[in-house]
Design a binder for this molecule. Structure first.
Ligand SMILES: *Cc1c(COP(=O)(O)O)cnc(C)c1O
Length: 382
């Protein structure tokens, strides 16, 4: 209980507000699944896959158990394994690099751009040189659409063409975002996404999907997600995983997808409000011309070593923040021994010391946002 003089705590992400909005639609969707009892790969999964593919303009969507598996399945679909180098940003969630190691390949860390937080293509090319020197085969690149902003997919595609790399887009945070009129889902050979509850399009548990335009790849992914089954369920033609999207989660996602475009618009209005209110005192996130983010996170940069003090002062006022990500992957115990692109990843290391993500979700009201902005301005003016 907080005393009357203390303002209430603000949620960092308000899933309950969205739940209230969806109300009976979710209850009814769940009741339908409880009625037919096809809990694995039931009709809602196929329907959701069609709707998801249509939403982003990809030919195929293949549901799976989570975003990490979506990346593993994508790597497996291209036979990425021992001796192969997989290029990942150093500044991302660990799963991006974890999956390369899981399939037996070697993650090679690449630096990011300070303004967009996304993969720096010059550093990618420097990473390819390191891989060759180490006698690894440069095989795949996993650009991340970090915090919801699409990576520089045009430049990445050009570098990937020159170096013959498979592009697997990690859109776990960026699904729904676009460059021009084109939504994420068709940049690269495959796009992986996550429906973890806190992602912009989240379910009520774990879930994920892979998007692709290639028919043969889609068929392979559908086999790989069910133990590598062939035409007959008990005839296994390859080693796969058990990685399906639950019917219950697909039923939830179908309802959430209907309101997703409105939520993306709301997130963009809220982000713009933050940027207008804070742009003169901190570094607010850059959005290149023609790009549209889904704002998985709204992340400012606070320099001069004041970031942690700002976070602590906000916490004391009931305003939560988060640091995504406090340690670049190349500095973490599990990943330290993997190669880093020539020239290092200095930007990733600086960002880890400066970034601060503010409360962000589609239901953040103006009064609450004003309270956050006012507190930040007051604390930084001290
Ligand atoms: C969340 C996330 C993943 C993994 O998704 P899960 O569904 O949690 O397995 C992968 N990459 C990035 C960038 C993420 O943010």
């Amino acid at each position: 209980m907080h005393r009357a003089s203390e303002p209430a705590s603000i949620p960092f992400i308000d899933l309950a507000a969205q739940r209230r909005r969806l109300g009976a639609a979710i209850d009814q969707a769940l009741a339908r699944v409880l009625g037919h009892c096809q809990f694995m790969l039931g009709p809602e999964v196929a329907a959701f896959e069609r709707e998801l593919a249509e939403f982003c303009g990809a030919r195929h969507a293949i549901g799976c158990a989570n975003g990490t598996d979506a990346l593993v399945l994508a790597l497996r679909a291209r036979n990425v394994g021992p001796g192969d180098a997989v290029f990942c940003p150093a500044f991302t969630f660990c799963a991006t690099a974890e999956v390369a190691a899981l399939v037996g390949a070697t993650p090679v860390f690449v630096d990011v751009d300070a303004a967009t937080f996304n993969m720096d293509v010059d550093s990618l090319l420097a990473g390819v040189r390191v891989a060759r020197r180490l006698r690894l085969r440069p095989k795949a690149v996993i650009p991340v659409d970090l915090f919801g902003l699409p990576a520089d997919h045009e430049a990445i595609a050009e570098a990937a063409r020159a170096e013959q790399l498979v592009v697997i887009d990690d859109a776990a945070q960026g699904f729904g975002a676009s460059i021009g009129a084109r939504r994420l889902g068709t940049f690269g050979a495959m796009t992986a996404t996550s429906f973890f509850p806190a992602k912009p399009l989240g379910c009520y548990g774990d879930g994920g999907a892979i998007l692709t335009d290639d028919d043969a790849t889609a068929e392979l992914l559908r086999s790989l997600r069910v133990h590598g089954q062939g035409r007959d369920r008990y005839d296994n033609v390859r080693i796969g995983l058990n990685s399906r999207l639950d019917t219950i989660q697909a039923a939830v996602l179908r309802e959430k997808l209907k309101i997703f475009p409105e939520e993306i618009a709301a997130r963009n209005r809220i982000a713009q409000r933050y940027s207008e209110a804070l742009g003169d005192i901190v570094t607010t996130p850059a959005v290149p011309d023609g790009y549209r983010s889904v704002w998985a996170q709204y992340t400012i940069r606070v320099d001069g070593g004041r970031r942690d003090a700002l976070a602590a002062a906000l916490r004391a006022e009931g305003i939560p923040t988060a640091i995504y990500y406090p340690i670049p992957l190349n500095r973490q115990q599990a990943y330290r021994h993997y190669p880093v692109a020539d020239g290092g990843v200095a930007v990733s290391e600086r960002l880890a010391a400066e970034v601060l993500s503010l409360p962000m979700h589609a239901y953040l009201d103006a009064a609450t946002q004003d309270r956050i902005v006012t507190a930040i301005r007051r604390i930084l003016a001290r």
